[in-house]
Design a protein around this ligand. Structure first.
Ligand code: ATP
Ligand code: LTN
Length: 332
């Protein structure tokens, strides 16, 4: 256990998990448990940077935990916890805000996107979000942070903040590496294939949710936006819709783009689109059913997140104590 490398990641329970969250993140996580000491959490504190309905937030947090387990994250092998249960995240988050520059935060793409989308509520938390994310990460001294492409900028900022802190106080934090999957790193919306498939997207047709029933999944793929050609060919620039479907199909079947091109040679999109839907369902159907089963067992989920928070809290506390000492706080 001790000499295993450490890995940590989180997802915001801001909505229902999507095919993007699965292919871009969770799918890869489940393959890593043997090799690494893994920490995965529900980033509930991050979600309130955007207004949330409290009952929905609670529901999404537990559903996300059930989905993590249904996607193959065994709670015996992975530490699964809820961010707000480990108070050290908020505490280190504050300290790291004091080591993150205004200019750095202003450059974050997610901040720019979200503040454009929620112009009426550009709060300080939304702006300072990457400092809390840096705390989430650095508390556990991980070697790797597996995330989708869109989070790379935040992990890079985390590295800069950790480096800045270390250069002032000595080696307190391990500098983590982002760990980005090659296939499925950027699943795009089925309706606007130039935009990321996102759980908080307003158009539910662009987004495939892990909890969608079979008919809904098939309907969404049949209606996916493509182009005016008919050939199944990978070209991100000129054929974003088809290329996205090819990436999804490839991620779900393990086939290469050449194999897919050959398979659908001479066949139109009318055949390709439902085939992608079927391939996706073969993966997400069993996950959905298992998550629904787990959600009925509240005491099991409770036991998982309690054990997780206890384990995570012990590690987090070690780092926080060290940081408090370094910056000069009087020990209690
Ligand atoms: P929100 O809409 O609330 O911003 P989101 O759906 O964009 O959420 P996140 O919670 O930001 O998803 O992401 C969770 C993890 O899944 C991150 O590691 C992220 O990089 C990855 N991820 C999310 N969406 C996609 C996607 N469309 N393609 C690939 N990876 C994704
Ligand atoms: N910012 C991420 C969620 C997140 C995270 C983290 C990911 C919060 N803290 C720490 C990895 C490590 C997102 O919006 N997907």
């Amino acid at each position: 256990m001790e000499d295993k490398k450490v890995l940590l990641s989180g997802i915001q329970p801001s909505g229902d998990l999507t095919l993007g969250s699965y292919l871009g993140a969770i799918k890869n996580w489940s393959a890593l448990a043997r090799e690494f000491d893994c920490y995965y959490f529900m980033a509930d504190m991050h979600t309130i940077t955007v207004r949330q309905d409290p009952a929905q937030l609670r529901k999404h947090t537990l559903e996300q935990l059930a989905s993590y387990i249904a996607c193959g994250l065994d709670p015996e092998e992975n530490t699964l916890f809820i961010q707000s249960h480990v108070h050290q995240h908020a505490e280190l988050g504050w300290v790291l805000q004091c080591f993150t520059m205004f200019g750095e935060l202003s450059r974050m793409t997610q901040f720019k996107d979200k503040s454009a989308k929620h112009a009426e509520n550009i709060n300080a938390g939304l702006f300072a979000y990457p400092s809390l994310m840096a705390a989430d990460i650095l508390l556990y001294q991980p070697d790797f942070v597996p995330v989708g492409e869109d989070q790379k900028q935040h992990v890079e900022l985390t590295r800069d903040v950790a480096g800045r802190f270390n250069s002032l106080y000595g080696d307190v934090f391990k500098i983590p590496e982002p760990y980005i999957p090659k296939v499925g790193a950027r699943v795009m919306s089925l309706q606007t294939p130039t935009a990321k498939m996102s759980k908080s997207d307003e158009d539910p047709n662009g987004c495939v949710y892990l909890k969608d029933d079979n008919d809904t999944v098939m309907r969404k793929f049949k209606r996916a936006v493509t182009d005016s050609e008919t050939c199944v060919r990978y070209d991100r620039e000129n054929k974003p819709g088809i290329s996205n479907l090819m990436e999804i199909y490839s991620a779900c079947t393990g086939k290469t783009y050449e194999e897919i091109q050959r398979e659908f040679d001479g066949k139109g999109y009318g055949e390709f689109k439902p085939a992608v839907g079927e391939a996706v369902l073969s993966v997400t159907g069993p996950i959905r059913d298992e998550a629904n089963r787990l959600l009925k067992d509240k005491s099991y989920l409770e036991q998982v997140y309690r054990t997780g928070a206890e384990k995570a809290g012990a590690i987090a506390n070690r780092t926080l104590r060290k940081v408090y000492k370094k910056v000069g706080f009087v020990p209690r």
